[in-house]
Design a binder for this molecule. Structure first.
Ligand code: GLA
Length: 748
C-alpha cells in the first residue's frame, strides 16, 4: 500500500520505494504538509514546535493560543487572504468579489490506478503501478472546491500532482492563478538548479543559492521556451552528481509556465508550480471545473545523476505515448542544412540516393515544399505542394525515394500562418492579433488561434489528408515563433485570459487526434530547435529536435543540460557540415558523429559534397551506431564529473541495465600543449565484475592514436569494476581540434 491513512493521527502518508510524503488533517481543518524526503515512519508533526510568531495571523479557533499560524506551518495547497502571506497556489474571485479561498479539508479517497487530467497529457499507469489519492478541500461560503490529486508510482519513486477546481457557488468564479503544486520544505538549506537559455543554446544549467525572497523560473511566451525550461531541481548545497539530496519538479505542460521558490521569514522554502498566471484567468460558471496541468515530483537522496535517470525512465515508460518510444528509430537524413529552400526534386533525389548508399534509412524533406514557400516570409498555412519545385506533387518523389529503399519524412508547421498566404487572406480572424493594433511578428509569421475548434478541425483535416494521401513515415512538427498579441476573436472580453491555455488545449487535442489516427507515423517535435522540449510534448513526440545549433561542441553543453530532465532517446541530434552553419566552427567528422550518437542520430548535410573518406566515415558511424543502439538508447545515462577537470573536456557514459557493458564518450573541448592526464572515474558499473575494453576508438586526433577494434579486445587485460569506479581510467593524450574517444567495455 503506497498510500496510508492513519485515522488516529490523521496523517496521510504517500510511500514510494525510497521516499515518503506526508500530510496531516489538522484540528483546525487545514491540510498541512509535513514532510517530503527519504523514507520515514511515524507522524512528522513533532517537527513543528508551536510558537507564537508576531504578525503571523491565527485562525479564529486559535485566537487564544497564538502558536498556530497558516503563515508558518507548511501547507498542501494554499490560497491567499486567509493568513498565509507566502506564495499562494490559488488566486480566485467569486461573484461577490471575495478574493481567495479559505480551504478546509472535506474528505479524501484512495483508489488503484492513475487519475487522468482532462484534455491534457499526464503520466499513465502501465498496470498496477500507481495509486491515486484524492483530497477534497473547500471554502463552502466562497463556493470553491479544490480536489488535490496525487499519483503515487511506488516503484518509480515518482509522485504526480494535479488539481481540479470546482465552482460550487451560485455565481461565476474567476480563477486568476491555479497552480498545479505547492510544496513546502520547512527545514534546511536548498539551492535551485534550473535550465535557462536562448535560441540555439537551450537548457544551460544554473545553480543558485536560495536567498530570502522569491526566485522565479518562467515563460510567458505561450511555449515552454528556449529561455527557461519547465524543470527545476531543489538540492542541498553539498549535492553532487553522485551524492546528496535533490528534488525535481517538472510540469507536464508546454505553454506559459511558472515556478516560484520562496524562502520566507523563517528560512522555510515554498515552491509553487503551474501555468503562468500572467495573461491567465478562467471563468467557471456554477458547477464547472478547471483542471491544472500535472507536475511530476521526485525526491532522490543519491545525487543529481540518479534523479536524472529516474526522470529519463519515468518519461519514457509513463509519459511518452508513442508506439515509437521503445522502437528502433531510423537513421535519418534531413535536407534543411543541405539545401535550405533551394531544392528541386532532382537535387533531393540525388541527396537521397547518396544517403541510401551510405546506410541512411529515412529521408526527411524539411521546410519549403508547399505553397509559394521560397523563403521564410510566406505561405505558412498553404499546405498544398509547390509543383514548381516538386512536379506532380509529393507522391512521385516519395515513390522514387521508397524505390531506393528509404522511408520518407516531412516537415510541417501547423500552428502558424504567414500574412502572405491563402489561408490568412481567407481567415484573418484565425490568427492571434489584437483588434486595431499591428501585431508583433516573429519570423514574419503569426500564430493561429488553436483555441478555436474550427481552427483545430481545419488543421486536423489538412494534415490527416496529407498523411492519408501519401506514404509518410515521419513528421517533423515545427513551431517557429512565440505568441504575442494574445486575443481570441472567439472569446468575449471577460474571457480573454483563457486564450493562451485554450491554445494549449487545442494543440493537445489536435496532437491526440492526429497521433491516434496515424499511430505508425514517427513524430518529432521541434520549435525553432528546442523551444518546446518538455514533458507535455514528449507525450506525443518520442523525440524532439534538441536545438537549431548543430555545432557538436556547443551541443555538448546543450545536450548535457537537456540530460538533467530528459532521456537521450528523446534528443534529436544530427551530424552537420563543417564549418558549422551556425557558428563557423570546424570539427572532426568523427567527433560530430560521436555527439550526434548521444541522441536519435542522423545527418543534416549534402553527402554529395563530402570526400570519399568522409563518406566512408558515415558508413562506419551508422554501423557503429547500430551496434551500440541498445546501449545508448536503453542504457542508463551518466554525466561524468567534468567540472572537476576545468573546461578541457566533456564526458558522459551509458551503462546497460544489467551492467554487462558500458560506453564512455569524451570530447576534448580545449586543446592544450601540455595537458594534465585525461583521467576519469567510471560510474554505474558492477563493482564485483571484471570488464574488458572491447573497443577504443579515437576520432579527429592530430597525432594518430590507433583505435582498438573488438578483435583485439581479447589481447587486453581485464580491469575490475571496482578499479574503474574508484581508481578510474586514464586515456592517452589527444592533440588537435576537438578530438574525441569512445571506450566500450564488456563484462569479461
Ligand atoms: C526551424 C527548425 C529547423 C528547420 C527550419 C525550417 O528553425 O528548427 O530545423 O526545420 O525551422 O524553416
Amino acid at each position: 500500500m503506497s498510500i496510508v491513512f492513519d485515522s488516529e493521527r490523521r496523517t496521510i502518508t504517500l510511500n514510494t520505494r525510497q521516499t515518503s510524503y506526508q500530510m496531516k488533517l489538522s484540528e483546525t481543518g487545514y491540510l498541512l504538509h509535513l514532510y517530503y524526503g527519504a523514507g520515514i515512519e511515524g507522524d512528522m508533526s513533532y517537527l513543528y514546535e508551536p510558537a507564537d510568531v508576531g504578525f503571523s495571523p491565527n485562525p479564529v479557533s486559535k485566537r487564544l493560543d497564538r502558536r498556530w499560524s497558516l503563515d508558518i506551518l507548511p501547507q498542501e495547497y494554499s490560497s491567499g487572504n486567509t493568513g498565509d502571506y507566502r506564495l499562494n497556489a490559488l488566486s480566485c474571485v467569486n461573484a461577490a468579489g471575495v478574493w481567495g479561498a479559505d480551504l478546509r479539508y472535506q474528505s479524501h479517497s484512495v483508489r488503484p490506478g492513475k487519475y487522468a487530467v482532462e484534455g491534457m497529457p499526464a503520466a499513465f499507469d502501465k498496470g498496477s503501478e500507481c495509486e491515486t489519492l484524492s483530497v477534497i478541500l473547500a471554502d463552502v461560503s466562497a463556493g470553491v472546491e479544490v480536489e488535490l490529486l496525487y499519483g503515487v508510482f511506488e516503484e518509480k519513486d515518482v509522485i504526480t500532482r494535479a488539481v481540479r477546481i470546482r465552482n460550487t457557488g451560485e455565481g461565476a468564479l474567476r480563477l486568476e492563478k491555479a497552480a498545479s503544486a505547492c510544496l513546502d520544505l520547512p527545514y534546511g538549506d536548498w539551492e535551485l538548479l534550473h535550465f535557462h537559455g536562448r535560441h540555439a543554446m537551450e537548457r544551460i544549467p544554473e545553480r543558485v543559492p536560495l536567498l530570502t525572497g522569491i526566485e522565479t523560473v518562467s515563460s510567458r511566451r505561450g511555449a515552454s521556451s528556449h529561455q527557461q525550461n519547465p524543470f527545476v531541481v531543489l538540492c542541498r548545497p553539498d549535492t553532487t552528481e553522485q551524492a546528496g539530496e535533490c528534488l525535481g519538479l517538472m510540469p507536464v505542460y508546454s505553454g506559459s509556465h511558472r515556478a516560484d521558490i520562496e524562502r520566507d521569514q523563517m528560512g522555510s522554502v515554498r515552491a509553487v508550480m503551474g501555468i503562468h498566471d500572467e495573461q491567465f484567468s478562467w471563468t467557471l460558471l456554477p458547477g464547472e471545473s478547471f483542471s491544472t496541468p500535472e507536475v511530476l515530483m521526485s525526491f532522490c537522496a543519491d545525487g543529481l545523476g540518479a534523479l536524472s535517470r529516474r526522470y529519463h525512465r519515468f518519461l519514457r515508460h509513463n509519459v511518452c505515448r508513442s508506439r515509437w518510444t521503445f522502437r528502433r528509430r531510423p537513421v535519418l537524413l534531413n535536407n534543411w542544412e543541405a539545401t535550405y529552400f533551394g531544392f528541386t526534386s532532382e537535387k533531393l533525389l540525388n541527396i537521397a540516393r547518396e544517403a541510401k548508399e551510405l546506410g541512411v534509412e529515412l529521408f526527411v524533406l524539411d521546410d519549403g515544399w508547399f505553397g509559394e514557400r521560397c523563403d521564410d516570409n510566406r505561405a505558412l498555412g498553404d499546405w498544398a505542394v509547390n509543383e514548381e519545385k516538386l512536379p506532380g506533387g509529393l507522391n512521385p518523389l516519395i515513390e522514387q525515394i521508397e524505390a531506393m529503399g528509404l522511408k520518407f519524412g516531412l516537415w510541417i508547421e501547423p500552428e502558424m500562418v504567414s500574412e502572405d498566404s491563402e489561408l490568412y487572406r481567407a481567415h484573418p480572424d484565425w490568427a492571434l492579433t489584437v483588434p486595431g493594433r499591428s501585431p508583433a511578428m516573429g519570423r514574419n509569421q503569426l500564430v493561429l488561434d488553436l483555441g478555436r475548434k474550427e481552427v483545430e478541425d481545419f488543421l486536423f483535416e489538412t494534415f490527416s489528408s496529407l498523411l492519408s494521401g501519401h506514404r509518410i513515415s515521419y513528421i517533423k512538427w515545427d513551431a517557429n515563433r512565440h505568441i504575442t498579441d494574445v486575443y481570441s476573436r472567439a472569446l468575449p472580453p471577460e474571457r480573454q485570459g483563457e486564450a493562451l491555455h485554450r491554445y494549449m488545449l487545442g494543440l493537445y487535442s489536435l496532437l491526440e487526434r492526429l497521433t491516434t489516427a496515424f499511430p505508425e507515423v514517427l513524430f518529432e517535435g521541434c520549435a525553432g530547435g528546442g523551444g518546446r522540449f518538455d514533458a507535455g510534448m514528449l507525450a506525443w513526440f518520442p523525440q524532439i529536435w534538441c536545438s537549431d545549433d548543430t555545432d557538436p561542441i556547443e551541443r555538448l553543453t546543450i545536450q548535457r543540460g537537456t540530460s538533467y530532465g530528459y532521456p537521450v532517446a528523446a534528443v534529436g541530434s544530427h551530424v552537420s557540415a563543417s564549418p558549422n552553419h551556425q557558428d563557423g566552427r570546424q570539427t572532426p567528422f568523427g567527433t560530430r558523429g560521436l555527439v550526434a550518437m548521444s541522441g536519435t542520430f542522423g545527418y543534416e548535410l549534402d553527402p554529395g559534397k563530402l570526400s570519399g573518406e568522409e563518406k566512408e566515415q558515415i558508413r562506419a558511424q551508422i554501423a557503429l551506431f547500430s551496434e551500440l543502439y541498445e546501449l545508448i538508447q536503453n542504457g542508463e545515462y551518466y554525466r561524468l564529473e567534468e567540472e572537476k577537470h576545468g573546461p578541457s573536456f566533456s564526458a558522459w557514459e551509458f551503462v546497460a541495465p544489467d551492467k554487462a557493458e558500458a560506453l564512455l564518450c569524451l570530447v576534448v573541448t580545449h586543446p592544450e600543449s601540455n595537458p594534465a592526464p585525461l583521467h576519469l572515474r567510471w560510474q554505474g558499473l558492477d563493482e564485483n565484475a571484471s570488464y574488458r575494453v572491447w573497443r577504443r576508438e579515437f576520432f579527429g586526433c592530430a597525432l594518430p592514436i590507433p583505435s582498438d577494434t573488438p578483435e583485439l579486445a581479447d589481447e587486453r587485460p581485464t580491469l575490475s569494476g571496482s578499479a574503474l569506479l574508484h581508481a578510474g581510467y586514464t586515456l592517452p593524450r589527444m592533440y588537435g581540434d576537438y578530438p574525441s574517444v569512445l571506450v566500450h567495455l564488456k563484462k569479461a
